[in-house]
Design a protein around this ligand. Structure first.
Ligand code: ADP
Length: 321
């Protein structure tokens, strides 16, 4: 075989004099290949970077499905009991039973009773639902796992249910124990009524909670307390017998209870003699426990700003408006 150039030279044609020119075949154009690969490589890099960032907040790629529950261990220094919750005597009365289930399960088992698995605390925000749940665990002296419903839901489908599985596995391993799920309506809404994008994810998460609760046998000594301020939104599957079948309602504190809440949170703060407990209690109609605590804190800040030694009635008035 003879090459094209050889044919030309046999015919005495000088390649340099041909109009337009004839160039020798170029060697492999590395630069071009690299340039072509740059764009896909760059986009891959960006994708990996975005993914790493997205998973970083939840502790890396491999812990994304792990539960994010906060644990208040058994012998926690900050353990609280019913004495730290003012008022709400009826609610405490019902929760005393839960404490007894956790402490003496045998008593109920011997009589063939099924220990309740789920308790629903219903009431506006700030009335002390979290506080009461923590106090219940404190009274029973069991570990307390606290998590908010919204924490289960991530952009990635399947994460929520895997977190639920993880949480229940930990709680069961440390039984007797208590799981608290705040804002349970974030997961337990009526199915198919929301426009949210993460509908599938929510449903899977809810199903996993139901599966876990149904899977408790008579030996499992784990009680789940859920909190919500919108019980009418909850899926009926969630409140069926054997699941969250005990409902306890909490209301905003009345004047007597507000006085007691004030007493608890006024401890450790210096008030002038003119401050009247009764008067503040009367002035704070419609305040929740959290509002009262917040008001006292604001008043203390106002007084500190004025370099005062005591908190005066007008600081309280100012703080409550
Ligand atoms: P919820 O879970 O119902 O929104 P929390 O339990 O988080 O309310 O309450 C918030 C804060 O309000 C508590 O940490 C506590 O300081 C205060 N508080 C609410 N209710 C009471 C109460 N009955 N007695 C004492 N403090 C209360």
């Amino acid at each position: 075989i003879i090459s094209f150039y050889e044919i030309l030279s046999l015919q005495n044609i000088d390649t340099n004099t041909v109009p337009g020119g004839i160039y020798e075949k170029q060697t492999v154009p590395w630069v071009e290949i690299l340039a072509n690969m740059a764009i896909p490589l760059l986009s891959l890099g960006i994708l990996v970077w975005v993914f790493m960032r997205a998973t970083k907040s939840s502790g890396g790629l491999f812990s994304i499905g792990k539960s994010k529950a906060r644990l208040f261990a058994k012998n926690d220094q900050n353990k609280i009991g019913f004495a730290d919750v003012a008022g709400a005597d009826e609610v405490k009365g019902e929760l005393v039973e839960v404490v007894d289930f956790l402490k003496n399960p045998e008593k109920y088992r011997k009589l063939g009773a099924r220990i309740p698995r789920g308790v629903l605390l219903i009431g506006p925000s700030g009335v002390g639902k979290t506080l009461l749940a923590r106090a219940t665990a404190g009274e029973a002296d069991v570990p307390f796992y606290s998590v908010a419903g919204s924490e289960f839901i991530e952009m990635i489908v399947g994460v929520g249910s895997s977190r639920v599985r993880d949480l229940f596995a930990i709680a069961k391993a440390n039984a007797p124990s208590l799981i608290f799920i705040d804002e349970i309506d974030a997961i337990g809404r009526h199915r198919g009524k929301s426009m949210a994008v993460s509908n599938d994810e929510r449903e899977q998460t809810l199903n996993q909670i139901l599966v876990e609760m149904d899977g408790f046998d008579s030996r499992t000594n784990v009680i789940v307390i859920g909190a919500t301020n919108r019980p009418e939104l909850l899926d009926s599957a969630l409140i069926r017998p054997g699941r969250f079948d005990r409902h306890i309602k909490l209301d905003l504190p009345d004047i007597k209870e507000r006085e007691e809440i004030l007493k608890i949170h006024m401890k450790g703060k210096p008030f002038s003699d003119e401050v009247s407990l009764e008067k503040i209690a009367r002035q704070t109609v419609g305040f929740s426990g959290a509002d009262i605590e917040n008001m006292l804190n604001e008043a203390a800040i106002l007084a500190a700003r004025k370099e005062a030694k005591f908190i005066e009635p007008k600081d309280l008035t100012e703080a409550s408006t």
